[in-house]
Write a protein that binds this ligand. Sequence first.
Ligand code: DHB
Ligand code: MG
Length: 226
Amino acid sequence: MENMETIDDQLLERLDAYVETLFASQDEGLLESLKAADSAGLPSINVSPSQGKLMYLLAKLAGARRILEIGTLGGYSTTWLARALPAKGKVITLELSPRNAEVAQANFERAGVADRVEIRVGAGADSLKKMIATGEEAFDFVFIDADKPGYLEYLRLTLELSHPGTLILADNLLRNGLVLEDDPADENARGVKAFNEAIAAHPRLESIVLPIYREQIDGLSISLVK
Ligand code: DHB
Ligand code: MG
């Protein structure tokens, strides 16, 4: 991400570390999954521990039994979400890359959540369309964190797999300020800017975007389906 504006990175970094130490300590399963993802050469674009903890709490607050994730990568956020489930709860996580899915599956086994997580490999939109066509039960909580130009389509399809009260979250919505450009040159920023405008105006959603610090400022949305 291009750095558009200067902020006091050092203070943000120290505060983030302070909060993480107090509130978002990671167990062996989470730490090992980051190491395994790194060894496998996956990019370190997983959510931060604090964001993982926030999503874990929101999933618990929503009483989520059925969680959908779009974009598994190495399964780090998936593991946080799986830990928020009650007995018999389930996370279905969609991943384009068979290689990422393999790394994630091994991570779920190591973290002891494999019994609660199912990975579906393929293009996210295809998997979602299949779920809609086969009458998959609605989800209580959805986390969108895949290719940014696909976000609008993921939202449209996710709404068909939601019920009143479903929480829909999406990652990477502020892009260190790139969304402030009228017509962002960066295609990822364009994708998330269109998504932000859609969730702000959508008649079925009540939404907010929170700034999230992870080396740079990015954003996480929380939308409640009416
Ligand atoms: C990128 C993707 C992410 O989901 C993220 O959290 C950070 C960066 C990226 O593609 O650059
Ligand atoms: Mg992300």
